[in-house]
Design a protein around this ligand. Structure first.
Ligand SMILES: CC(C)(COP(=O)(O)OP(=O)(O)OC[C@H]1O[C@@H](n2cnc3c(N)ncnc32)[C@H](O)[C@@H]1OP(=O)(O)O)[C@@H](O)C(=O)NCCC(=O)NCCS
Length: 155
């Protein structure tokens, strides 16, 4: 793995929606719309962060927070910038921000075929506790359900 480029992190704002939606479009077979990100960046129960290199957004990650639980619903890195450690760094940022909100647990769903994402989550103490049958479309695939139920003790 190469050296991680210098990247800075900050909270996502509504003004970031266009750049975030561009990465989303390149990253997911069922992408979300710019208006989704515009809305989510302003919701109080969501923690969303972006990573920038030279003022250009190259990664984003977002999670719902409800009391002690948080649920990651998006994480993506600009395709040509993957494998450089950026996903690891932004996931660490997201975890710190949900911990500051009082979350002690984190969960998410992931395609079993998404080896790099699963490796990333395992590195942060998440383990697979079950499956949701045919959860994903385009292509149809089960989802692995992953949890870390002790964010403060394990990280
Ligand atoms: C998943 C994703 C965010 C990871 O970002 P990234 O910047 O490539 O991740 P990192 O470089 O920090 O690597 C994370 C881990 O995955 C491993 N990894 C990265 N690319 C890999 C690959 N092609 N094959 C196997 N492992 C890989 C790395 O080695 C690293 O583990 P290590 O630190 O133990 O060596 C990125 O691939 C992405 O945006 N994918 C498309 C969107 C997506 O699938 N999001 C997740 C939805 S659940």
């Amino acid at each position: 793995m190469g050296k991680t480029p210098t990247i800075t992190f900050r909270k996502m704002t509504a003004d970031d929606a266009e750049q975030v939606a561009e990465i989303d479009f390149k990253s997911f077979s069922v992408p979300w719309k710019m208006t989704d990100y515009w809305r989510y960046a302003q919701e109080k129960n969501i923690e969303a962060v972006v990573g920038e290199i030279d003022k250009k957004i190259v990664a984003y990650a977002a999670a719902f927070v409800a009391f002690e639980e948080s649920e990651v619903f998006k994480i993506a890195v600009e395709p040509e910038m993957r494998g450089l450690g950026i996903g690891t760094k932004i996931f660490a940022e997201l975890i710190e921000s949900v911990k500051k909100r009082g979350a002690t647990k984190i969960t998410l769903e992931v395609r079993p075929s998404n080896i790099s994402a699963i490796k990333l989550y395992e590195n942060f103490g998440l383990t697979s506790i079950g499956k949701r049958k045919n959860y994903y479309t385009n292509p149809t695939e089960d989802a692995l359900i992953m949890w870390n139920t002790d964010l403060f003790g394990s990280l």
